[in-house]
Design a protein around this ligand. Structure first.
Ligand code: SF4
Ligand code: SF4
Length: 443
């Protein structure tokens, strides 16, 4: 049992049990049982890969609706920089911000500015503190969760600094309070490219409580916003972010702002997992910093976006250039804050759910049993058993969550064996009749 909140859920009625999603889940967190997908909570990292892949749209992200901003007297929008790249060429950041205000938000606080803060704080952290190398970015919650679940030995490598979303939310609340708005009437809503951010709001990373009150999917706000952009032409200068913050929407945007270091940027969860495996094996000793993002191309490839990620990336790069100052130039921290304000207050705990047993001897025994069962399976990784690979089924069997005959080939073998035994048995007679038959045969 886990009390961990997941933003990715299944609509059972829509699921037809096609097994597409089990093959694409990077943590093997999905099984198909009795014709329906089932998400294994402990393994799910809310990356949203299954949302992208499901042909029936049976996988969904739980987020807030635009209607819910009405619960607050002062709703504040925190647009992820990714939002800026979703609209056709000619759409400016000012137009998007003006559109959000028109939709009912009292204030817009750009997450691109939160990214600028985080870049500055990260620079200070590197100067002042020691962390095991390579240091791994904490900006993508799906990657942080992947490390907790699959690479717990790397937890101390994670940079303990708030995400741009949290930094922006904190600043938005601080400003609203300074202006005399009671904080219980201020509702801060992140406009998100992914489900993982909603999960991170419900299960805060490095903090007891998130500064964010709600998360609205870019795909949900896109329509209403698009409908009014035409009228926003000629909006006054509302943008406060610089190109450096906007650039965070694409892979490499964070890395380029760090003080001169040997850095590596990787995107797409499969690639991220390979890089982390290399870190565990000690192969990346010369790297100081790893920017790791779950989505291909960075947040522009998030599962709750609308636009083709490559097109969105082109627009982000253009908007960053147009922002009016070199994209590598970072603004100072906001007045009244210090870099330590944006660092974690809580330690991250590992969630090594992939361990076979807490007891080492038992874990070794189970691993040997797993290997034996795996060898006995056909090795086709066809997915008909409802597990993504033959090895995953072997693991399920060892954990007591699967059966050898879930494999159709094994089932066929067993049926054939049974049939042979039935035939053999059918020719046998009870001993009493057997003797009579023998006598009849002699006459
Ligand atoms: S992809 Fe997964 S959730 Fe979607 S229909 Fe197929 S089995 Fe069900
Ligand atoms: S890369 Fe960005 S959009 Fe994708 S899961 Fe991570 S934070 Fe979300």
């Amino acid at each position: 049992m886990t009390s961990y909140f997941h933003a990715v859920t299944l609509n059972k009625d829509k699921c037809v049990g096609c097994t597409n999603c089990i093959k694409h889940c990077p943590t093997e967190a999905i099984r198909v049982k009795e014709g329906k997908a089932k998400i294994i909570d402990e393994r799910c990292i809310d990356c949203g890969e299954c949302i992208r892949i499901c042909p029936q749209h049976a996988k969904m992200a739980v987020t807030n609706t635009l209607e819910e901003i009405k619960r607050f007297r002062y709703p504040v929008a925190l647009p992820a920089p990714t939002l800026y790249g979703q609209f056709k060429a000619g759409t400016t950041v000012d137009m998007v911000i003006a559109g959000l205000l028109e939709l009912g938000f009292a204030r817009v606080w750009e997450v691109a500015r939160g990214a600028e803060i985080v870049s500055r704080v990260s620079g200070e952290y590197f100067r002042e503190k020691e962390l095991p190398k390579p240091v791994i970015s904490s900006a993508c919650p799906a990657v942080v969760r992947l490390i907790r679940v699959r690479f717990p030995e790397l937890i101390n490598n994670i940079l303990p600094v708030d995400s741009p979303m949290e930094a922006a939310a904190r600043m938005a609340k601080m400003e609203m309070e300074e202006e005399g708005c009671p904080l219980d009437e201020v509702g801060v809503f992140f406009i998100s490219p992914c489900a993982a951010k909603f999960t991170a709001v419900k299960n805060p990373i490095g903090r007891r409580k998130s500064f964010v009150d709600g998360v609205i999917a870019i795909s949900d706000i896109y329509g209403p916003l698009y409908g009014m952009l035409e009228e926003m032409k000629g909006a006054p200068r509302l943008q406060k972010s610089t190109g450096s913050g906007i650039h965070w929407a694409v892979s490499g945007g964070e890395m380029r702002l760090l003080p001169k270091r040997s850095s590596l940027s990787v995107d797409g969860l499969v690639n991220v997992a390979h890089v982390l495996e290399d870190v565990v094996m000690g192969k990346l000793k010369e790297v100081d910093f790893i920017e790791a993002l779950a989505c291909v191309g960075g947040c522009v490839g998030g599962p709750l976006t609308v636009e083709n990620p490559f097109m969105a990336k082109t627009r982000i790069v253009a908007l960053a250039k147009r922002a009016g100052q070199p994209v590598d130039l970072l603004p100072e921290l906001p007045e009244g804050t210090k870099w330590q304000d944006f660092t974690w207050t809580e330690n991250l705990q590992p969630q090594a759910v992939l361990k076979l047993d807490d007891d080492l001897a038992e874990a070794i025994r189970k691993m040997e049993a797993l290997d034996e069962i795996h060898k006995s399976l056909p090795g086709l990784d066809c997915g008909s058993c409802g597990a993504p690979t033959c090895r995953a089924l072997a693991e399920d069997i060892v954990r007591g969550q699967g059966n050898e005959v879930d494999c159709v080939f094994k089932l066929r073998e067993k049926v054939a064996e049974l049939a042979e035994r039935m035939v053999a048995l059918s020719s046998k007679l009870p001993p009493s009749m057997n003797e009579k038959k023998q006598k009849e045969g002699k006459q």
